[in-house]
Design a protein around this ligand. Sequence first.
Ligand SMILES: Cc1cc2nc3c(=O)[nH]c(=O)nc-3n(C[C@H](O)[C@H](O)[C@H](O)COP(=O)(O)O)c2cc1C
Ligand code: SF4
Length: 405
Amino acid sequence: MAESVLFQPGRIGPVETTNRIVRAGTSETASGDGGEITDNLVEIYENLARNRVGLILSGHMFCHPRGRYATRQTGIHDDAMVPGLTRLTSAVHRHGGKVFAQLAHAGSQSRVPENRPLAPSPVPNALTGRMVEAATAVEIAEVIEAFAGGARRALRAGFDGVHIHAANGYLISEFSSALTNRREDEWGGTARARDRFVLEVLKAVRREVPAGMAVTVKLGLQDAVPGGMALDEGVRRGEALAAAGADAIEVSCNAMRLPSDSAKEYVAVGPGRALRDLLLHRLLSAPHPEAYFLPAARELRKRTRVPIILVGGMRLPTTMETILERGEADFVAMARPFIREPDLVVKLAQGRRGPVECTSCNLCLMHESHHSLRCWRVPRRRLLEHAIFRLRGGLREAHRPHSSR
Ligand SMILES: Cc1cc2nc3c(=O)[nH]c(=O)nc-3n(C[C@H](O)[C@H](O)[C@H](O)COP(=O)(O)O)c2cc1C
Ligand code: SF4
């Protein structure tokens, strides 16, 4: 198995990785009330690094208090966070791993009721229904400075890179799409003007970090909302980010109506796997195809040589290898498979050829901010705990996507 392309060394800007397998950003909602790192979080990251993940992208961290997405989300908004974040990077580096800090601002997608988020324009969020005020010019400048502050803290805490979250419907996505950005000033009105916010964030972040640190972007290439941003606009934005110095682009979707727009359900799960994982309602359904952002990545590849990190339904080693061998992406990233199998890379190195164990049921996503990150299908008693929590109404909020929160 040593000759698999998955285990060839990789490079993202100045950062070298021992293999091509990336843990995609996965919000752990396991921080303290103020967003500070906990022992549980250090354990999660140390376990991934010990198990040879080539590059770990952190869960999204809010870089401004008004940009907080969920309770117990990790923060990088204040210098007081730095000692905890340093513990986390030290734990990864102890095992020779690499870790990037994902900087985020949730915009109107924030699920913290007492928060006062902002957005480019007062448009109800397609996922949460939340309506917030349009940001003023001063507030926009403050948010860009908050991303720069997050990058400064990431540097002090010893991260190997900074990953800007410009996907999945959060604030930068909102500036990128004409559906949510109705401005007619220098921040909106044309595709070029909609480029400006993410480009300014990239510039501000770049300014703060030395040449030895990578700066990458998770970019929404296309809205998952009908009538929204087309692939062509997203691809051109990716090209502009590469030209402005992004060291790699992770491909995802932009505005979302459902959490499953970015994390599709039941990927590569046919009847046999459905039965083994007690997914009885899937016994007669066709599996969702793997690598579902590959068509978008192919379009980006046609326009730029920037390293591409492909996330979204990577489930079989052969699929991952084929994509890397064909040069359609330079890294493959996974989120849910690592929740269920933190030792997945070791298993792949040992020659595992079957699909990952995760069946993309999204229970982990449903429990986000209700519980810290875990797989709810193993051990099996967790399924029972989930059922009890749900029956007691614990997930009611999560199942009301269009309520205003
Ligand atoms: C529980 C959960 C939390 C997530 N949190 C983040 C996050 O913090 N940042 C991010 O960029 N994407 C996040 N995502 C999306 C994943 O990074 C990834 O794009 C998506 O799950 C598809 O990849 P997969 O099929 O390997 O899970 C999350 C997904 C899940 C399931
Ligand atoms: S709960 Fe477990 S099986 Fe379901 S998507 Fe999450 S990690 Fe995968």
